[in-house]
Write a protein that binds this ligand. Structure first.
Ligand code: BJW
Length: 255
């Protein structure tokens, strides 16, 4: 099958006429870079229960264990590269009058791929802050197992700048994402299981306001039945093909 033939006319029509496009990503987009997803086979949660690690209660109970988990993930993320899916999304910024990328990922791979109009809903693993005085501690290194980083200013316990269960999302990032979703002509939901709220409500907000809703995933999710188009397969293959197809159609129209 040629790349163009896997995309329906309604999808290509919607993209060719779209003024505002939103892409919303989850852990699946980074899977092909070698970053484990959260749920399903080979995931992080297979080995650890989320409530044991991704909550403030868990951190207060055992900060060394939670830091060990983040240190392990920092090592993985530092060693991997953005994949063609990340790169295709970065290129899409130049393809539409307004293109906004909203990610649940904390791995910084979108920025490394060149995305600029980016909202990070669940924080960024490269930043940390003091739980006592709030000071940002940019370059925390866990040199040995069991170590808990302390704030250089006040001696308080430092934590990763990520959003755990029961915590609010960063207000400015969330509000900008809702505004983008509500104004989207096309909304692409990519590599997310769509089970963690409030982020998972964005695709449906967009659809309710009239967006053409596209899902890219290797398997169906609770969102699939609401999607106008389900593109089943790896995002590292589908997104570059979609970018090339839209670019090619645009060039033909301008001939
Ligand atoms: C591919 C692929 C390839 C693979 N190509 N695809 C009941 C109802 C509604 C809400 C709640 C509820 N009970 C509790 C809540 C609230 C809770 C929640 O949603 N829980 C649900 C689990 C039920 N939410 C919260 O607590 C949020 N805050 C909040 O609600 O604040 C208000 C509040 C305040 C006070 C009290 C109560 C409420 C915060 C949520 C924070 C989530 N944090 C995490 C950790 C971040 C830090 C870290 O990374 O360590 O965020 S959890 C984890 O899940 C992470 C992810 O961003 C998030 C979503 O996961 P994602 O990205 O979808 O990954 P996966 O693994 O689930 O899916 C990967 C997908 O990719 C799969 O579908 C694959 O098929 C696919 N795939 N390879 C394409 N190559």
């Amino acid at each position: 099958m040629s790349p163009a033939s896997q995309f329906s006319d309604p999808l290509l029509g919607a993209l060719l006429h779209a003024r505002q496009v939103v892409a919303f990503t989850g852990a699946g987009i980074s899977a092909e870079s070698g970053v484990p997803t959260f749920r399903g086979p080979g995931s992080i949660w297979e080995k650890f229960k989320p409530e044991e690690l991704a909550s403030m209660d868990a951190f207060m109970r055992n900060p060394a264990l939670v830091w060990e988990w983040y240190a392990h993930r920092k090592t993985i993320i530092a060693a991997v590269q953005p994949n063609p899916g990340h790169v295709a999304l970065a290129r899409m910024e130049g393809l539409f009058p307004r293109f906004t990328l909203v990610t649940q990922n904390i791995d910084n791979l979108h920025r490394r791929a060149g995305s600029v109009r980016l909202h990070e809903l669940h924080g960024n693993i490269e930043r940390s802050y003091c739980t006592r005085c709030g000071k940002i501690c940019p370059d925390v290194v866990i040199a040995e197992r069991g170590q808990v980083p302390l704030c250089p200013a006040c001696g308080g316990i430092v934590r990763p700048d990520v959003v755990w269960f029961g915590e609010m999302l960063p207000e400015d990032e969330w509000e900008a994402s809702v505004t983008a979703a509500e104004g989207a002509d096309v909304f692409l939901s990519i590599g997310t299981s769509a089970v963690v709220y409030p982020a998972a409500s964005l695709p449906l907000m967009a659809k309710q306001r009239g967006a053409f809703l596209v899902e890219v995933n290797t398997e169906p999710t609770p969102m699939t039945r609401s999607a106008d188009e389900f593109l089943c397969g790896p995002s590292g293959t589908i997104l570059p093909a979609l970018y090339e197809t839209v670019t090619g159609r645009r060039a033909k129209t301008n001939d």
